[in-house]
Design a protein around this ligand. Structure first.
Ligand code: ZN
Ligand code: ZN
Length: 411
């Protein structure tokens, strides 16, 4: 049974801290049909926060699967004009966006990855402006999670359906600092202050590069772009509204140089990409590009991801997370990067965030790329943190500073 009080608190947190809905603002919610109980609470909380209107865009993974399996390539490659116009309307209205992460793991495993790639490219070409609208923080946006039955059974395979769903929701709420006897809005304000302190420390060092090493075989040097900014926790939209783009979040992240990554990184958790689970993989980088890789499972999917475009084999994000974090302490594999990425240090293949470089939102794409910004239609996080991870930062004048010892921040 869903605890209605907790669900209400979770919705209030999402509306007040996550997107921080402003008076008279349009709210867009993108949700799987299985999240209806949560969406109803979100809509109530949004109107309580004086939203002008709340538009819910429903989707269903099983319907999507039928679509990928049955339509012609010509249809896959097309984005109907009404969809484009709807997204323009959202931008013109300065809507804020709530995306609910509620995957159906494994559902797409028999769908040709090439078809998914075609649809992604079409979507980027026609709807890239909307992606830019959120990724550049022109407006407030948030990703929160809610269980689907398939996801819950993946995480808790030995439980009955309802118990599995209850347990996953409980873990999601726990990770999101929503508990019976706390005020999650206040808890999050404190949490975001803590993350801001970490960002400040790293920003003051302004490291030239980071060196990651552990016993699994990771030995990786990541050069950071000049003028990089460490972010995480709360962010300001371009209109000055403070919001929290990920619930939960534990990460402090920045921008690697797209041509300055060298060495080997060994993943420590499976990567759920487009409904497929890539397991036990490593990547070898030379001058920023993946030159060799292997995976015990779904190597073809990893290959398709790396070959999506010229930026999908380079890094767009490096994130530091202490091994001793609430999500990591629960010791549950969520099969969802929103959670698993917050249990562990991670890297992302693909697009970088313009907020991670000084003046990033004002520079042209060409100027950004000259500085080492990576451009791609994908942004895919994978975990490589471990309890023995050591990280050393090197400053521009060659001083080495220990950042992580035994998997945790030293400062
Ligand atoms: Zn991240
Ligand atoms: Zn990421």
């Amino acid at each position: 049974m869903v605890n209605q009080e907790l669900l209400k608190k979770y919705a209030t947190l999402t509306i007040q801290v996550g997107v921080n809905v402003q008076k008279n603002q349009l709210v867009v919610i993108r949700s799987n049909v299985e999240c209806v109980l949560f969406v109803r609470e979100l809509v109530k909380a949004a109107y309580e926060a004086k939203a002008k209107n709340v538009i819910v865009e429903w989707s269903d993974d099983y319907v999507n699967k039928e679509y990928y399996e049955n339509v012609d390539e010509e249809v896959l490659k097309d984005v109907p004009q009404y969809v484009i116009e709807k997204n323009h309307y959202f931008v013109d209205q300065n809507a804020c966006l709530i995306s609910i992460s509620s995957p159906t793991p494994g559902l797409m495993k028999d769908v040709d990855p090439n078809k998914i790639k075609l649809a992604n490219i079409a979507s980027q070409n026609k709807l890239g402006f909307f992606r830019k609208f959120t990724m550049s923080n022109a407006t407030q946006w948030v990703v929160v999670a809610y269980p689907t039955l398939a996801w819950a059974k993946k995480v808790f395979p030995n439980c009955d359906d309802e118990i599995a769903q209850d347990k996953l929701l409980e873990a999601i709420l726990n990770a999101s600092r929503v508990t019976k006897d706390n005020n999650p809005v206040e808890a999050w304000q404190e949490h975001m202050d803590r993350l801001a302190k970490h960002n400040d420390m790293l920003n003051k060092y302004a490291f030239d590069k980071l060196h990651f090493k552990n016993n699994l075989g990771t030995d990786l040097e990541v050069k950071l772009v000049d003028g990089h900014i460490w972010g995480g926790g709360g962010e300001y939209s371009q209109k000055g509204v403070y919001f929290a783009p990920n619930i939960p979040t534990e990460e402090t992240f920045s921008m690697p140089h797209s041509h300055g990554v060298n060495g080997k990184v060994v993943a420590t958790k499976p990567l759920n990409y487009q409904g497929k689970l890539i397991e036990d993989f490593y990547l070898i980088f030379k001058d920023g590009k993946v030159v060799d890789f292997d995976a015990k499972k779904e190597k073809e999917t990893l290959k398709a991801l790396l070959e999506t475009d010229s930026g999908s084999s380079r890094l767009g994000e490096v994130a530091l997370i202490s091994h001793d974090s609430p999500i990591s302490n629960m010791n549950i594999l969520f099969y969802n990067t929103l959670f698993d990425e917050n249990a562990s240090c991670h890297l992302a293949l693909g697009n970088a965030y313009t907020m991670n470089i000084k003046d990033g939102n004002n520079l042209s794409e060409e100027e950004l790329m000259k500085k080492g910004y990576n451009k791609s239609i994908v942004h895919v996080d994978f975990m490589f943190g471990s309890k023995d991870m050591e990280i050393v930062g090197t400053t521009k004048d060659g001083k080495n500073v220990k950042i992580f010892i035994n998997g945790n921040f030293v400062f």
